[in-house]
Design a protein around this ligand. Structure first.
Ligand code: SF4
Length: 223
């Protein structure tokens, strides 16, 4: 993918935004999906497609009690697993993918979750987003997770003009310093849940408004 040119002004604006995000949301690394190990996070992330983290956490609380190992998932009865994860939506595909993914982990990776993005994305139900969740949270490898909040807010801030999550990921990798890649997702999710909501973002109360292109455009139109 061709690297876009970043101007000095863009870089300074990005640096100010990251500084404010650090100040407001802290620099503590955390995951919003409850898990105790790599394969649990992998399954929770597969379940989180088109579903809230809160709902996934409710489901995995019982799910990981019932299926205590990756072998349990590999040997699961499809119809029963579909019922177990029903409330996360798209449960037929998710159940099929979880079983296929667990089988491959056992067959090809001795039950371990691989680290490389090229390997992770060959697992059933695992795209770049899920792969980056694993790389960042389990292996501490710099990676940018483009979820719905990151997509929406990165566009509003003017960090990308793209729609496609992979192109957004590359734009962000090009712009943001590597040491902020994992943190960016954590902070932007917090911002998206509290202030920069999908509908009616609370721009007047937002500490990023002086550097936000969406807000500046909105203000211009008012004049
Ligand atoms: S100013 Fe508005 S659009 Fe920009 S980041 Fe803040 S809440 Fe979101």
């Amino acid at each position: 993918m061709v690297k876009k040119r970043i101007t000095k002004k863009d870089r300074e604006r990005m640096e100010r935004i990251l500084e404010i995000l650090n100040r407001e949301y802290g620099t503590h690394m955390r995951t919003y999906l409850n898990h105790e190990n790599a394969w649990q996070l992998l399954i929770a992330t597969i379940l989180s497609a088109q579903c809230t983290d809160a709902r996934v956490n409710m489901v995995t609380k019982d799910l990981f009690q019932k299926y205590k190992s990756i072998e349990d998932f590999a040997n699961a009865d499809l119809a029963e697993l579909e019922q177990d994860i029903h409330s996360t939506g798209f449960y037929r595909n998710k159940a099929k993918n979880i079983i296929a993914c667990a089988k491959r982990l056992l067959l090809e990776y001795h039950g371990e979750v691989p680290k490389e993005i090229e390997e992770l994305t060959t697992l059933a139900g695992v795209g770049r987003k899920t792969a980056n969740v694993i790389r960042g949270n389990i292996y501490n490898e710099p990676s940018i997770v483009v979820d719905t909040h990151v997509k929406r807010i990165s566009k509003r801030l003017g960090f990308t003009k793209e729609e496609d999550p992979v192109k957004i990921e590359f734009d962000l990798m090009n712009l943001l310093p590597k040491e902020h890649w994992i943190l960016y997702n954590i902070q932007i999710i917090a911002h998206g849940r509290s202030i920069c909501t999908a509908r009616n973002p609370k721009c007047s109360a937002c500490f990023l408004k002086d550097d936000c292109l969406y807000y500046k455009g909105f203000e211009k139109k008012k004049k």
